[in-house]
Design a protein around this ligand. Structure first.
Ligand SMILES: *[C@@H]1O[C@H](CO)[C@@H](O)[C@H](O)[C@H]1NC(C)=O
Ligand SMILES: *[C@@H]1O[C@H](CO)[C@@H](O)[C@H](O)[C@H]1NC(C)=O
Ligand SMILES: *[C@@H]1O[C@H](CO)[C@@H](O)[C@H](O)[C@H]1NC(C)=O
Ligand SMILES: *[C@@H]1O[C@H](CO)[C@@H](O)[C@H](O)[C@H]1NC(C)=O
Ligand SMILES: *[C@@H]1O[C@H](CO)[C@@H](O)[C@H](O)[C@H]1NC(C)=O
Ligand SMILES: *[C@@H]1O[C@H](CO)[C@@H](O)[C@H](O)[C@H]1NC(C)=O
Ligand SMILES: *[C@@H]1O[C@H](CO)[C@@H](O)[C@H](O)[C@H]1NC(C)=O
Ligand SMILES: *[C@@H]1O[C@H](CO)[C@@H](O)[C@H](O)[C@H]1NC(C)=O
Ligand SMILES: *[C@@H]1O[C@H](CO)[C@@H](O)[C@H](O)[C@H]1NC(C)=O
Ligand SMILES: *[C@@H]1O[C@H](CO)[C@@H](O)[C@H](O)[C@H]1NC(C)=O
Ligand SMILES: *[C@@H]1O[C@H](CO)[C@@H](O)[C@H](O)[C@H]1NC(C)=O
Length: 530
């Protein structure tokens, strides 16, 4: 009697002691609350590799994808290998305190040729009680342009495993494992609660988001995707267009002329813009065409900086010279020419037609792994997932029109026979596109300080998924300048912002001319370009 009362008392005190971060954030606790090492066919998890440490009072300010935040978390990583390959992929997950956990998982991606953003994206989950995860894809520690160095086994021989890991496998595996790990650590497998799963990423991270949404319909309940680097062969090769224009005109504008179309002065410059600089700028703004005048791709909007056109100063010759854009140059050197490197050494002999042919070649060879513009999203719509897609209207790296084209391709493929407005309505049930006035590449724009930036997308997405609150306009904030902190709303495509009452009121209006100005006929190709 006495001993069983004592036992009951012990059991009771165990039950009422809620676990805190210190309790769960040890290798031994996590190894004991770990998915079965072979739960994922073809993969073996390595619980012996678990490293975990508590981080208290971490704080992030000034990130454009989530509001400023101070938080405690458990920094966990462990490895897994693909059966038969003997490789090792590092997964990193940040766990919120058990008392802050809200049954959510957030997957994140990278930028450039990197598959993660280091510690930049993971805090995005912490304000919403989500476990946040990233992967190194097996490529090792992160630095910009990392993965491209892993795309070959040797010169001339592709490492297809790594190319597919970068294309879509790595984020998928990190997500499936991360959801299972989250459920195990937080007892969700026993209490049968729903785990909501989200994705957030921009640029290459945006492409990675679409790579998942297009393939794995049930994986995410929602995704917020910015300025995706999809239509990969087009996107990377178009980075070289400005360079080829400079070669065509044999004019290499100094930075002030290259940085803005209106030529802001620097001490070395006197504020004038040469006729040649204007001709180069105009040709860049026309977009890539073949020599027989057919359109190959979109260009940046005229409000963007001319970042791809930046030149390099040669102190010996005391002149500005060609500076090959490495995002484009590495695509051609590594993925087309199969030579290990991070840029082309020269563009000698390269013409507008060469760029078109490189795009065709990259499209043809990597259509199923890197292009990421599969237009039929029926499975994900049927699964009930929600997608917020946004793109700055002054993006200097990924043409804004690229996102409009994908949205419109999906609309057409999924809604045959419906009128334009009816098909927009059908698409908006699960997928909404927002063009951010003045927005730069995955960031606000210092040249347009009063513009909005959608910093709270994950909160808006959670509201849409979990509470059915439809983002008819996208919540945004002025993040710089005299109006910092002001709330603004961003219109949903195809509606366009129209300012009335002397600029004090914004309406979202249907303006056919404005809509049409975003549509292009890419007639340099015989295949449809989704
Ligand atoms: C894994 O986590 C440990 C402890 O949190 C940390 O010290 C280590 O740098 C991490 N390793 C990797 C590869 O991220
Ligand atoms: C948490 O960090 C902030 C600064 O980021 C500091 O002011 C505060 O004292 C810290 N709190 C604790 C409990 O360490
Ligand atoms: C490619 O170059 C990088 C950096 O120079 C090097 O680490 C890597 O081993 C090389 N890969 C191959 C296949 O040569
Ligand atoms: C999970 O369940 C066990 C046993 O019921 C309990 O002791 C533990 O506190 C729970 N863990 C969490 C993170 O809630
Ligand atoms: C778990 O929840 C699902 C719905 O969320 C329900 O269909 C199922 O019956 C539940 N299972 C148990 C064992 O309670
Ligand atoms: C400005 O600089 C350009 C190029 O260096 C030169 O041709 C031009 O004469 C200068 N104009 C003035 C007003 O100094
Ligand atoms: C700089 O100019 C000198 C002289 O014209 C030339 O020999 C050299 O190759 C140039 N350097 C680069 C990096 O282009
Ligand atoms: C591979 O190609 C790169 C780039 O052309 C070159 O620098 C490197 O020397 C080549 N490596 C071998 C082993 O041939
Ligand atoms: C489509 O909807 C817009 C409002 O969103 C409206 O102004 C326009 O007239 C509609 N077009 C047609 C053909 O109904
Ligand atoms: C909308 O943005 C404002 C700041 O502009 C913020 O205070 C508010 O919480 C956001 N709403 C949602 C749903 O995130
Ligand atoms: C419009 O706004 C400008 C700048 O705020 C102000 O100077 C001007 O008086 C306003 N005009 C009217 C008609 O209100």
């Amino acid at each position: 009697m006495r001993s069983s009362a004592l036992l009951a008392g012990v059991a009771l005190s165990t039950a009422v002691h809620a676990l805190d971060l210190d309790d769960i954030c040890t290798s031994s606790y996590l190894a004991a609350h770990f998915p079965a090492v072979d739960f994922y066919p073809g993969i073996t998890l390595n619980p012996g590799s678990i490293a975990a440490s508590v981080v208290l009072n971490a704080s992030v300010t000034g990130n454009v994808f989530y509001p400023d935040i101070t938080f405690d978390y458990c920094d966990v990583n462990f490895t897994y290998s693909h059966d038969g390959l003997g490789d090792s992929v590092v997964l990193t997950y940040w766990l919120p305190s058990p008392s802050n956990f809200e049954n959510r998982f957030l997957a994140t991606g990278g930028g450039g040729y990197a598959i993660n953003s280091g510690t930049n994206s993971l805090p995005g989950g912490m304000g919403y009680g989500a476990v946040a995860g990233d992967t190194d894809g097996g490529f090792g520690p992160i630095f910009e342009d990392d993965a491209v160095l892993d795309f070959l086994v040797a010169n001339g021989t592709r490492n297809w495993q790594n190319i597919y890991m970068f294309g879509y496998e790595a984020i998928h595996e990190m997500t499936v494992i991360g959801k299972e790990f989250t459920k195990t650590v937080f007892n969700m497998t026993t209490n049968n609660a729903t785990l909501y799963s989200y994705y957030q990423g921009c640029s290459e991270g945006g492409r990675e988001g679409w790579s998942q949404v297009q393939r794995y319909a049930d994986q995410f309940d929602g995704a917020t995707i910015g300025a995706p680097a999809f239509r990969f062969a087009f996107q990377q090769v178009q980075h070289l267009y400005s360079n080829v224009v400079e070669m065509d005109f044999d004019y290499y504008p100094p930075p002030s002329a290259a940085a803005t179309p209106f030529g802001a002065a620097t001490p070395a410059q006197n504020g004038t813009v040469s006729a040649q600089a204007i001709a180069v700028a105009q040709k860049i703004l026309d977009g890539l065409h073949t020599t027989d005048g057919k359109r190959v791709y979109f260009t940046y909007t005229s409000s963007s900086t001319f970042t791809d056109a930046q030149t390099a100063y040669n102190a010996t010759s005391q002149s500005w010279e060609l500076d090959i854009t490495s995002l484009g140059g590495s695509f051609v050197e590594v993925l087309l020419d199969l030579k290990n490197g991070s840029n082309l050494e020269t563009l000698e002999g390269v013409t507008y037609d060469t760029l078109r042919d490189w795009i065709w070649e990259g499209w043809n060879q990597y259509n199923d792994v890197l292009m990421t513009n599969w237009p039929d999203l029926t499975p994900v719509k049927q699964a009930g997932a929600k997608i917020i897609h946004f793109h700055g209207e002054s993006d200097y790296s990924i043409p804004t029109a690229s996102s409009v084209r994908y949205f419109e391709s999906v609309r057409q493929i999924m809604n045959p026979g419906l009128s334009y407005n009816a098909s927009i309505e059908a698409q908006n049930e699960f997928y909404r596109l927002f063009l951010v006035p003045g927005g730069s590449h995955c960031n606000y724009n210092t040249a347009e300080p009063n513009g909005p930036w959608p910093q709270t997308n994950l909160a808006v997405l959670i509201d849409w998924v979990e509470n059915g609150i439809v983002p008819v306009t996208l919540n945004a904030t002025v993040l710089q300048g005299e109006n910092i902190g002001t709330n603004q709303q961003i219109c949903g495509w195809p509606l366009r912002p129209y300012w009335t009452n002397n600029g004090t009121t914004m309406e979202c209006v249907y303006d056919q001319t404005s809509i049409d100005s975003w549509m292009y006929d890419l007639d340099a190709f015989n295949m449809p370009v989704y």
